[in-house]
Design a protein around this ligand. Structure first.
Ligand code: XMP
Length: 326
């Protein structure tokens, strides 16, 4: 039997009972596969790697070593949440690597989006590889591969897998959720007790804020983007849009306009709001954000975020605009 093909008899996991049964079966299989050996996992904090981590912690506890690489392009509070949930609450074996300076130094003055992606992807592999070499006795590599990744591995999304790992790593793979669809991964994550903020999160590209800090990334503009994005997320949560909209974020281009703040000329960057709905990310429509919400977001961002003096709304569906600006 091809283990990469979902059996037709497999019910869609939509209830806690089915999720619990899946978890029990996976725990048994993981223990049988791994024995008393050690497993390594790149834990980004996204839904898939978080669920794989929680499953493995349940099955083999500290035989799992999670490595979280902070590339400096995470959203506000994300790395902190990974540490809080996995190290503090689940008592996981977690190696946290703050590689911000490495990534931002390499990205300095690089404006081309594909070059930026290559640098981020390449450096990620390097950092992860270095960390894995410091560890002893690792026999397995766990991955958060899900069924759409298998179905699409020859398609358009291949270049998206920034978290792709070095091919010469000689580890046997552990891929406990490879036959699940995303909605099922979320149900399993909840049954494992992961927080909703982690399990229900919107998709976030591997290169992170790197492709939203448009053009050559600078630290001050990246910080402004991170703060503005946090305000957008907070306000979307306040008005119920966070549960409804598929993906929403801020992009900050690298040009300034003239404005006034505290009765003085104030040149700043614009923050561009993008909020889209889609089922497969191949095409997308625009969410209609109520004007009062837009005003609140605009007021907060322009008052609270250093360096931003205007807020714009992107109304372009995909096609013709891609979801990300770069
Ligand atoms: P686009 O911009 O192509 O995005 O309409 C479609 C979906 O893919 C995400 N995306 C990425 N994900 N690495 C990723 O892991 C990337 O380089 C990347 N670029 C785009 C995007 O956020 C959207 O969900």
């Amino acid at each position: 039997m091809d283990t990469n093909v979902r059996p037709e008899t497999m019910a869609r996991i939509q209830t806690k009972e089915l999720a619990d049964a899946f978890i029990a079966e996976q725990v048994k299989d993981i223990r049988a596969q791994v024995g008393d050996k050690k497993v390594l996992l790149a834990l980004s904090g996204g839904v898939d790697s978080s669920v794989v981590a929680a499953l493995l912690i349940k099955a083999i506890g500290k035989q799992l070593v999670c490595v979280h690489v902070n590339h400096g392009l995470m959203r506000k509070g994300e790395s902190e949440e990974v540490i809080e949930v996995f190290r503090n609450q689940l008592d996981a074996n977690l190696v946290y690597v703050d590689a911000t300076d490495r990534f931002l130094d390499l990205l300095k003055d690089v404006a081309d989006p594909e070059k930026k992606r290559k640098i981020i992807g390449g450096e990620f592999i390097k950092v992860f590889d270095e960390e894995s070499k410091k560890l002893e006795g690792i026999s397995f590599l766990a991955q958060g591969t899900i069924y759409p990744d298998i179905l699409e591995s020859h398609g358009v999304k291949a270049h998206h897998n920034v978290g792709g790992l070095p091919e010469d790593m000689n580890f046997e793979l552990v891929e406990p959720i490879k036959l699940l669809y995303k909605d099922e991964v979320r149900v399993v994550g909840k049954a494992l007790g992961l927080p909703a903020t982690m399990v229900d999160r919107q998709p976030f590209p591997g290169p992170g804020l790197g492709v939203r800090c448009l053009g050559a990334i600078t630290r001050d503009r990246l910080n402004a983007l991170r703060e503005a994005d946090a305000i957008l997320r907070e306000e979307f949560a306040n008005c119920g849009l966070a549960d409804k909209v598929w993906q929403y974020f801020i992009a900050v281009p690298d040009f300034k306009s003239v404005g006034v703040r505290d009765n003085k000329r104030y040149e700043g960057w614009p923050a561009i709001i993008r909020a889209v709905n889609t089922t497969d990310a191949m095409s997308a429509t625009i969410e209609e954000i109520p004007y009062p919400v837009l005003h609140t977001i605009t007021n907060r961002i322009t008052a609270e975020v250093e360096g931003i003096n205007r807020v714009l709304l992107d109304l372009t569906p995909k096609p013709v605009g891609t979801i990300e600006w770069e």
